[in-house]
Design a protein around this ligand. Structure first.
Ligand code: HEC
Length: 234
């Protein structure tokens, strides 16, 4: 009898240990899924790779969504002159300046694409229709190879949209002077941000829920307070 009691107690203890163990494992798993965004430097703990990737992707997408007009609103021609140092090995910008490896860029904003006299353009660039505006120039400077595959401007591109806005504004001071687009309206910016990522949308939805709750509370508060404040009718 004594033996059997010991055996039963042993099994009960064993079952308890298993239960405790699996609770720990399960809570660990669910805790990990609660993390929505983190990065190695920001979090002091472990940042699961799939969360880190999602966070990075969301950020990257948002940047890509901003139209160039957004960056033009805070662009600076003096900063742009500095950025242009990356171009000056191949391009002059003075009126009547020489063509070097690349064509002279005086009066280039608003000008016909690939139309500088005396420069031998690639067939690719020469084949493009239209004039240089803010959007196509931004796309060209972001990635010459992506914009016109097979062209002969061997330049990786300006990844930073603010650098592109700055250098375009600088070029626009040299002869061209085409109209700078107005900054995107606030509503558009909000709409863009909403489109940027499903995560962003979720966040906005949560925010507006909270706002609704607050409004409700405020209304209730005013109601009861109003009840107190209203003087008794005589
Ligand atoms: C390594 C040399 C090189 C560098 C650096 C370079 N370019 Fe160019 N660029 C060229 C060449 C070559 C072409 C002509 C491309 C073709 O015909 O395919 C060109 C063409 C252009 C054009 C088109 C001109 C036209 O007449 O339509 C623009 C605009 C331009 N470059 C701007 C820039 C800017 C701005 C930078 C700096 C951010 C820059 N380039 C850096 C070599 C360069």
């Amino acid at each position: 009898m004594q033996d059997r009691n010991n055996t039963i107690a042993g099994w009960v203890l064993f079952a308890g240990i298993i239960a405790l163990g699996s609770t720990l494992v399960v809570s660990e798993v669910f805790h990990a899924q609660e993390v929505e965004s983190c990065s190695d430097d920001a979090s002091d703990g472990y940042c699961p790779p799939y969360v880190k990737e999602a966070s990075l992707a969301a950020g990257g997408e948002q940047e890509a969504e901003q139209p160039i007009a957004f960056f033009l609103a805070s662009a600076d021609a003096t900063r742009g002159e500095n950025v242009f140092k990356k171009c000056s090995a191949c391009h002059t910008v003075t009126a009547g300046g020489a063509n070097k490896v690349g064509p002279n860029l005086y009066d280039i904003m608003g000008a016909d694409i690939a139309a500088k006299p005396g420069f031998a353009y690639s067939d690719t660039l020469a084949g493009l229709e239209g004039n240089w505006g803010w959007d196509n120039m931004s796309a060209w400077l972001q990635s010459p190879r992506g914009f016109a595959p097979g062209n002969k401007m061997t330049f990786a591109g300006l990844g930073n949209p603010q650098d592109r806005a700055d250098v375009m504004l600088y070029l626009n001071t040299l002869g061209s002077g085409i109209a700078v687009p107005p900054p995107p309206a606030m509503d558009d910016a909000v709409a863009d941000a909403e489109e940027a990522s499903a995560e962003g949308e979720l966040q906005l939805a949560q925010d507006s829920d909270t706002a609704d709750d607050l409004t409700e509370n405020a209304v209730e508060g005013t109601g009861s307070q109003g009840g107190v404040d209203v003087p008794d009718a005589n």
